[in-house]
Design a protein around this ligand. Structure first.
Ligand code: AMP
Ligand code: MG
Length: 429
């Protein structure tokens, strides 16, 4: 086995891009399943959704007003044109009278356009301003301005044309996609199964939250944080608790994850070069292991492979390193399992208000971005050592320094990866 020859000198030093490529290679999307639309938020479409009909399904008014024939109103610019009101078109009703020459039909927003009409004049363009609800139908209306044909009409298919793909496979369903699917009457969708992700913390010093804080011990922040990350990216965490620095304990928890049907196992800590770093040995003994040093700050040691066939990723132990490596690598791996279409981080330029130093690794520094007039400014949120969570909590972006760059000076424009409220922000690839 490889592990015996894994001296520090032989461990490959990978760029972030290479590590990302290797981590996601050979990861196939999970099989599709059908879910009710009400349960589909955050899931990823496994198949494109074709619109079963036009949206809107019929031409309708976008304003409260009067349906008219635009030809009747050619002279309305000089003086108001009086039309006979011959009917009332309400939303949800069909079969209103037709609009003949010199006539108008009162119409509500969303009501089907009556036959004969080719435009709508909003109430504001008539002598009948104000809300129409409850008002008696006037016998005539005076129109104050001409209208062009098609004004204030939403033709059938304006939004989506029936028979066309409305949403492609690989699209993550947000409230707006759910709304569009509902508009098309799609009550169930084919989505990729959610990944079940085992999350194991390791280390003899790590204790759970209910235990008293004994000398030399620290709380398991990683277990809670990474399980939360797993939820944010739409997967299901399977908490595996804390294993000591003991290969047998690690193996027992990993076995439990495999037996429970985990699609991915994530661990934190125990993957460095320390004498107690047993996680990678456990994986090596029961599967395939790659162990890399990635040229990333914070981060660096990263283990990857399969444990009894289940994809495995060993994140570093320091909390900020594990947060950042999840954001950079773990999220991408889970996206693969969920069949999410390729996407890129939203990167924005911002001007540094102070000098920034790093060490030449590709760096993701905790930063706060703000707008000052026309200028978008950025500064670090504080201590950048990889155990400091408070500076991560204050960050709304990650200042990105490419590999080989060890400083950026006040006034320079740098790239910042934007954080949303819960996850990093993305744009289409
Ligand atoms: P290691 O990778 O095992 O050398 O751990 C690196 C650092 O991360 C050490 O300071 C550990 O105490 C710390 N650490 C490891 N696991 C956790 C955890 N679950 N929560 C918080 N800190 C941790
Ligand atoms: Mg350790």
């Amino acid at each position: 086995m490889e592990s015996h020859s894994m001296q520090a000198d032989h461990i490959p030093d990978l760029s972030v891009t290479e590590a990302l490529d290797r981590l996601t290679a050979g990861i196939d999307p999970l099989p599709p399943e059908s879910v009710a639309l009400s349960d589909a938020l955050g899931r990823t479409l496994a198949e494109p959704v074709t619109a079963p009909h036009d949206l809107p399904p019929f031409a309708n008014s976008s304003m409260d007003g009067f349906a008219v024939r635009s030809d009747d109103l050619g002279s309305a610019g000089e003086s108001p044109v009086q039309l006979d009101v011959v009917g009332d078109a309400a939303a949800g009703a069909v079969g209103s009278a037709a609009v003949g020459a010199g006539q108008a039909i009162r119409i509500a927003t969303g009501a089907p356009l009556p036959p004969g009409a080719d435009a709508v004049v909003p109430v504001e363009g008539t002598d009948q301003p104000g809300p129409m609800a409850g008002k008696d139908l006037p016998s005539t209306v005076r129109v104050l301005r001409p209208v062009r044909a098609g004004a204030y009409i939403r033709p059938a298919g304006l939004d989506v044309v029936g028979g066309e793909v409305a949403l492609p496979a690989g699209r993550v369903l947000r409230p707006q996609e759910i709304g569009l699917l509902a508009a098309m009457g799609v009550g169930a969708v084919e989505v990729h199964r959610q990944a079940v992700v085992g999350v194991l913390s390791t280390g003899d010093e790590v204790i759970g939250l209910s235990e008293p804080l004994a000398p030399g011990k620290i709380r398991d922040s990683n277990g809670y944080m990474i399980a939360s990350w797993v939820q944010v990216v739409g997967a299901i965490p399977l908490p595996l608790g804390v294993a000591g620095d003991d290969p047998a304990q690690v193996v027992q928890r990993f076995d439990a994850a495999v037996d429970a049907g985990a699609d991915l196992i994530l661990s934190t800590a125990g993957v460095s070069m320390g004498s107690h770093d047993y996680v990678r040995h456990a994986v090596d003994a029961h599967g395939d292991l790659s162990f890399w040093r990635v040229n990333i700050r914070p981060g660096k040691p990263l283990a990857n492979g399969r444990y009894r066939g289940t994809p495995f990723m060993g994140l570093p132990g320091n909390p900020v390193s594990s947060w950042v490596t999840f954001a950079v690598f773990g999220h991408a791996l889970i996206d693969r399992l969920h069949g999410v279409r390729p996407r890129r981080r939203l990167v924005v330029p911002a001007r540094l208000t102070r000098d920034v130093h790093s060490d030449g690794r590709e760096s993701f520094l905790r930063a706060r971005l703000w707008q000052s007039g026309d200028a978008r400014l950025v500064e670090l949120t504080g201590d950048q050592s990889s155990g400091i969570l408070s500076s991560l909590v204050e960050a709304n972006g990650l200042l990105h320094l490419p590999a080989g760059v060890d400083r950026a000076l006040e006034g320079e424009v740098v790239d910042v990866w934007l954080m949303g409220d819960r996850e990093m922000m993305y744009v289409d690839a």
